[in-house]
Write a protein that binds this ligand. Structure first.
Ligand code: SAH
Length: 340
């Protein structure tokens, strides 16, 4: 079975030709799928014989919602989806002043091994297909009845460790015959796979890049993120600078604040020195505590003080707003809870 949500339009055209059908059928089917239709018989302008052929060979989406948590405070919804092979993934729907956004997972599990992160606990199970990423968005649209105009690839997984599928996903959601989500409305977050950052800048110069920094020396960052041993700070920052020069786009540096590890005044000051003169913005995230990780979070007050130091030195910084604080919306924890 081919999951049609995994196909770019040109791949769907090739499929039509293989099925002995005219190429223009692909665009018609593509348009139905991205209107949210998942029943071939509802595709009114497609001849019955082709609908039957499609039903034999293809599916439209393969993820099933297992659990949906709804915040009573702010419209945030957290989804736990089941994949056909039994893996589970999670996604978060969020409402902002500028519109609706979804945080999608790119892998089932993760092999990057960040010490404070729940998603990496049981390692990588497998890469998600483009269709499994597209489906997270379409199923959330179906459930909420809302259109989603923004995407952050910040759920479980390292998107640059599954680059080909993430790239296909970006082209599918951007296609003007379908969801037509602007590249500028999409953000991809990486733990810092330097060679892929270069590829990404060449392939998607309009998509926003977020980089998980979290530490200002190799010792601190390395103690939180094993990837720092392969791509240490100096390499990462050089690649970040090259990225901004090539694309003209501002990088977001994510900085998860951990009590006593990276939240001191000297850390803030070092951060300013590292980022001085770079086209960037810092997003401070008070740690979401993960059971047994041995890391402690910081108060909102400490986060605000840290922000103040950065702002004072001319580094733009925000503290991530807490959405869905009353549901289990913290980084990978719903999925982890289900596995144990
Ligand atoms: N693999 C990508 C995207 C995954 S998570 C990356 O590393 O960027 C998105 C962000 O949440 C990352 O900055 C990640 O480091 C951070 N994060 C993960 N677990 C967290 C936790 N328990 N508390 C706060 N931030 C966390």
């Amino acid at each position: 079975m081919v999951d049609l949500r995994s196909l770019e339009l040109h791949e769907m055209e090739a499929l039509m030709l293989r099925l002995g059908q005219p190429k223009f059928r692909a665009k018609q089917i593509f348009q139905w799928i991205y209107k949210g239709i998942s029943d071939f018989d509802a595709m009114k302008n497609i001849p019955k014989i082709l609908r039957e052929l499609l039903a034999q060979h293809c599916s439209i989406g393969t993820v099933q919602p297992l659990e949906i948590q709804k915040s009573k405070k702010d419209g945030t919804r957290k989804y736990l989806f089941q994949l056909p092979d039994g893996n589970t993934i999670e996604s978060v729907f969020m409402q902002y002043k500028y519109g609706n956004s979804i945080c999608v997972s790119s892998q089932a599990g993760c092999r990057m091994g960040c010490k404070f992160c729940a998603s990496t606990r049981n390692g990588l199970s497998r890469n998600l297909t483009p269709g499994e990423m597209v489906s997270q968005l379409l199923e959330a649209e179906r459930d909420t009845g809302e259109k989603i105009g923004h995407i952050v690839v910040m759920g479980t997984g390292e998107p640059f460790d599954n680059y080909e599928n993430v790239a296909a996903f970006l082209r599918i959601v951007n296609d003007q015959n379908g969801l037509n989500i602007g590249m500028r409305n999409i953000t991809v977050s990486t733990c810092g796979l330097v060679p892929v950052m270069e590829q990404f800048a060449a392939d998607f110069p309009q998509v926003n890049l977020a980089i998980s920094l979290h530490g200002t020396t190799d010792a601190i960052r390395g103690s939180m993120m094993p990837i720092n041993h392969r791509y240490p700070l100096e390499m990462l920052l050089a690649a970040s600078k090259a990225y901004t020069e090539k694309t003209g786009r501002r990088i977001t540096f994510e900085y998860t604040l951990v009590n006593g590890v990276n939240d001191r005044d000297e850390d803030a000051e070092r951060l300013c020195r590292l980022l001085h003169g770079m086209l960037c913005h810092v997003n401070l995230i008070p740690l979401n505590r993960v059971e047994g990780a041995g890391f402690d979070t910081v108060s909102r007050k400490r986060a605000a003080e840290f922000q103040e130091i950065l702002e004072h030195r001319g580094i733009a910084a925000t503290v991530r707003r807490e959405l869905g604080a009353d549901i289990d919306a913290a980084c990978g924890q719903l999925r982890l809870g289900k596995q144990q």
